[in-house]
Design a protein around this ligand. Structure first.
Ligand code: F6R
Length: 366
């Protein structure tokens, strides 16, 4: 079943172009975005949505954090994202006009299911599930649903489920924007063209594997690593750190790069590799000065740039240029390199990549 791959995780990383193509099949033709992709009642529910509340755990929570940037900037709808196990145990202010979005690969995560039921018990019945398993417990509980078509994910560390969740959330953003009159025909056509290009774009990122493997070999002997990102790439830094922790057992933390000087900079020395996600966006100049702060303290930098990011290579600064600049969908491409990085770090360390210690694929207990 593994074919030419050594592990399910590697196979699943390389299946992402296909998984994305399948998930986005309904927009493959020339037409526009249809809110009905989310269910028959989607137009009514999306049209009345004044707030979005996203609930999820782990990697799925990181997908929600990326979506918040998209939903606020494109659909202009206020959005909050909360860890399901926290939401269900706190007193919050329920709002029946809020669209509650739960994200779960398995659809069986106990905390996410309980958070959804809790939200419903507070009178929030406009609910949407983004899930990879059509007949799962979570999907049965929501008014609307979108089933990602990643196919079965065997490796405990989530990879293709995450990128297909992001694709679904990009579609949700466009549907919300369209129903609420915030998407011009030109912008819709542009966003859809970028989505249709995703499988090809991801396939090109996968070709960077040999270089990324070289990086992993350089820092796999370290005990700690710091991941930096800004804006919608901060959640990608979080996801990169989570992947590294889970499968290579290297302690990793992620920070929005602007926070460095508020504390974590104290940790930086030559024993602390710093991995930065640095696409050519409006935050690049700011990020460069953050990287300078790291370099001045002797930190070894590994920078994932993209086609437009001009960052000079120098002593202790390694730069890998992604083939293109991806705009709004950039988090989907950048996470693929971080998946490869943690996979190869784990190979060097010889850990059980597909079944990391202490973890289960589906967390059906609280
Ligand atoms: C990390 C990972 C977990 C899951 C989390 C939620 O690689 O897989 O963090 O994302 O347990 O699982 P689902 O998405 O099935 O609800």
């Amino acid at each position: 079943e593994l074919g030419k791959y050594r592990h399910y995780m590697q196979k699943e990383i390389f299946e992402q172009p296909q998984a994305l193509g399948n998930t986005l099949e309904m927009i493959a033709g020339g037409g526009g975005i249809s809110p009905q992709l989310f269910g028959a009642d989607a137009v009514g529910i999306f049209g009345a949505t004044r707030r979005v509340l996203i609930l999820a755990c782990g990697t799925s929570y990181h997908a929600g954090l990326v979506a918040r940037y998209w939903i606020e900037s494109v659909a202009k709808i206020s959005c909050t994202v909360e860890i399901a196990s926290e939401y269900r145990y706190r007193d919050s202010v329920p709002d029946p006009e809020t669209l509650v979005v739960v994200i779960s690969q398995s659809g069986e995560t106990a905390d996410t299911l309980a958070a959804l039921k809790f939200a419903k018990s507070l009178g929030m019945n406009k609910t949407l599930a983004i899930c990879n398993v059509p007949e799962s417990a979570i999907v049965r509980e929501t008014a609307l649903r979108f089933v990602t078509r990643a196919g079965p994910e065997i490796g405990v560390a989530s990879t293709k489920a995450f990128t297909t969740q992001l694709a679904a959330l990009a579609l949700l953003t466009l549907a919300l924007a369209k129903v609420n009159g915030r998407l011009s025909d030109e912008d819709e056509a542009m966003h859809l063209a970028h989505l249709r290009h995703l499988p090809v774009a991801v396939a090109k990122v996968l070709e960077l594997e040999p270089e990324i493997e070289g990086w992993a070999q350089r820092f796999a002997s370290k005990h700690h690593a710091l991941f930096l990102g800004r804006g919608m790439h901060y959640p990608i830094a979080l996801e990169g750190a989570l992947k590294l922790k889970e499968i290579s057992y290297i302690h990793a933390e992620a920070y929005p790069a602007g926070e460095l000087k508020h504390g974590p900079l104290a940790l930086v020395d030559k024993e602390m590799p710093v991995i930065a996600v640095a696409p050519a966006d409006s935050l690049l100049e700011k990020l460069k000065s953050n990287l300078q702060e790291v370099k001045a303290r002797g930190g070894e930098l590994y920078v994932f740039a993209d086609a437009g990011s001009e960052i000079p290579q120098s002593e202790g600064v390694h730069i890998l240029h992604m083939p293109e600049h991806y705009g709004l969908l950039s988090p989907i491409l950048h996470v693929v390199s971080l998946q490869l990085l943690s996979y190869h770090a784990a190979l060097v360390k010889g850990t059980d990549v597909d079944k990391p210690r202490n973890l289960a694929k589906s967390v059906t207990v609280e």
